[in-house]
Design a protein around this ligand. Structure first.
Ligand code: HEC
Length: 460
């Protein structure tokens, strides 16, 4: 994913540079080296306990000098090396490096690869830090051991000394998520959710659940808040394009029923995906917790008898079931309190053709007939899409790029802190590049083997 969801346009900054990561790791290494004069064979103390109870028992079968696993990971965890190879040492794993996480960063468990490798419940990061440790087993370290390691890191990860109460080790249960369900809105509003479901070991699960909002009158939504159990790549919510009345948009999915995108054999479940042809973006989150507020006085109208199709995508790298679950809170205001009613933008080019075995870039101009204030933008393309750019074109022909997405599956939403104001004659322009690697011509369609070309957003 290239962009932080709901980021401001200003936040499109490159991630921490590798140079900074290395510089940081070197600084930490200094601390470790200073301590290396102390007795490496300490048999008492918190790290000694970690060595004896965890590393010696569950890790050194692979992480020992001469073993192929130790060569691959460049990590030896026997008592003579473990501390020096963990604390303050730059990680090998590519995403941990990109995030600036050494193997152990003293006082910061959350920024320590060791902690993420031992934590079988995916953490707050949607990042994938490779295999979970101990690799090749069906159980992680116990909840108590994980907590013991976490507190040792938080206490500065010293080589010697007792810094964690050993009572935490008494919790010998399997690790469990510390997930707290999202409380329903305390002010006016309502909560909708995707009930808990299981993602089998070593698998992915992407599904839809159709929920009726149950609103007799129009709702004016001022804030959208969501929370997912860890392990999901995204939560998207869609309404339906009521102007489309032909099949399949003349039907709605069965309510409150899980619709998996894939069958058990891995093939696509077309029937479950058909409603995608009629979707209009309502809200979405790429992070576990998400909170979007419309500007003061502005609310998004949700018509009476509305429904939302929820879409979540979970990846489970652990050899045990991972529970998935998602909540959305819609905060509402009385119509009388709303000065400006926002709507969802839905600008689609349904008429394009992508010749086989080549890259094609298509530019589509959507002129505005009336003054339009754009609060935020996102895009929709399918798997052949490589790049989706949105430009703002003024009536005099000048253009500025306002949005770019290169990850078709996880399109970011760009929130404009200063909304884009388009006068009549100004336009939004989509510039989309696809790489049609297949040997057939591809056009607009609802299957993920067809393509899409849609700008979604909030505007008034
Ligand atoms: C069956 C062999 C095996 C076992 C057992 C094992 N590991 Fe690993 N470990 C690997 C391999 C292979 C890699 C490299 C691949 C990866 O990072 O996913 C690795 C990578 C790592 C890394 C990342 C190093 C880096 O800088 O990227 C850490 C940290 C780690 N292991 C810690 C542990 C700990 C702690 C245990 C015990 C609780 C453990 N491992 C048990 C095989 C094993």
């Amino acid at each position: 994913m290239s962009f932080t969801y709901m980021s401001s346009a200003r936040a499109w900054m490159p991630r921490v540079s590798l140079l900074a990561v290395i510089a940081f790791a070197a600084a930490c290494g200094g601390d470790g080296a200073a301590e290396s004069t102390t007795n490496t064979a300490a048999t008492d103390g918190t790290f000694a306990r970690i060595q004896r109870d965890i590393l010696d028992k569950s890790c050194v079968s692979c992480h020992r000098a001469g073993d192929a696993n130790a060569r691959q990971s460049q990590l030896v965890l026997t008592g003579d090396s473990a501390y020096a190879q963990l604390v303050g040492v730059a990680s090998l794993q590519q995403f941990a490096r990109a995030d600036g996480f050494p193997r152990v960063k003293p006082s910061r468990a959350d920024s320590s690869l060791l902690y993420h490798k031992l934590s079988w419940v995916p953490g707050h990061h949607s990042r994938d830090y490779g295999q979970l440790m101990p690799m090749g087993t069906t159980k992680g370290v116990t909840a108590g051991q994980l907590e013991y390691v976490r507190r040792w890191i938080e206490a500065g990860a010293p080589r010697v000394g007792h810094v964690v109460d050993t009572a935490v080790l008494a919790d010998v249960r399997l690790q469990s998520s510390s997930f707290t369900p999202l409380a329903a809105p305390t002010a006016a509003g309502l909560q909708l959710k995707v009930d808990s479901f299981a993602v089998s070991p070593g698998s992915e699960r992407e599904l839809f659940v159709y929920r009726r909002v149950g609103n007799a009158a129009d709702l004016y939504v001022t804030r959208i808040q969501s929370r997912m159990r860890p392990g999901s790549h995204h939560l998207l919510m869609y309404t339906f394009d009521e102007s489309r009345t032909a099949f399949p948009c003349n039907q709605r999915p069965a309510a409150n029923t899980v619709r998996d995108i894939r069958n058990a054999d891995g093939s696509l479940n077309i029937a479950n995906m058909l409603p995608m042809a009629c979707h209009v973006f309502f809200a979405g989150a790429m992070t576990q917790d998400f909170d979007y507020r419309f500007p003061p006085g502005v609310a998004l109208r949700l018509p009476a008898n509305a429904s939302l199709d929820f879409n979540v995508h979970y990846v489970n790298r652990a050899p045990i079931d991972l529970p998935g679950e998602a909540f959305a809170n819609l905060y509402t205001a009385d119509r009388a309190q709303v000065q400006t009613v926002a709507r969802t933008l839905n600008l689609a080019n349904t008429n394009f053709s992508l010749p086989p075995k080549q890259r094609t870039t298509i530019r589509t101009v959507f002129p505005m007939a009336v003054r339009t204030t754009v609060l935020g933008l996102t895009s929709h393309m399918h798997a052949l899409g490589e790049r989706y750019e949105i430009r703002l074109r003024r009536a005099d022909g000048t253009e500025t790029s306002v949005y770019v997405n290169t990850d078709w599956e996880h399109p970011g939403f760009t929130n404009f802190e200063t909304p884009l104001v388009l006068q009549p004659g100004d336009a939004l322009v989509s510039v989309v590049t696809w790489n049609n690697v297949t040997d057939r011509t591809i056009g607009f369609g609802l299957l993920s083997s067809d393509e899409m070309n849609i700008i979604f957003g909030y505007a008034y």
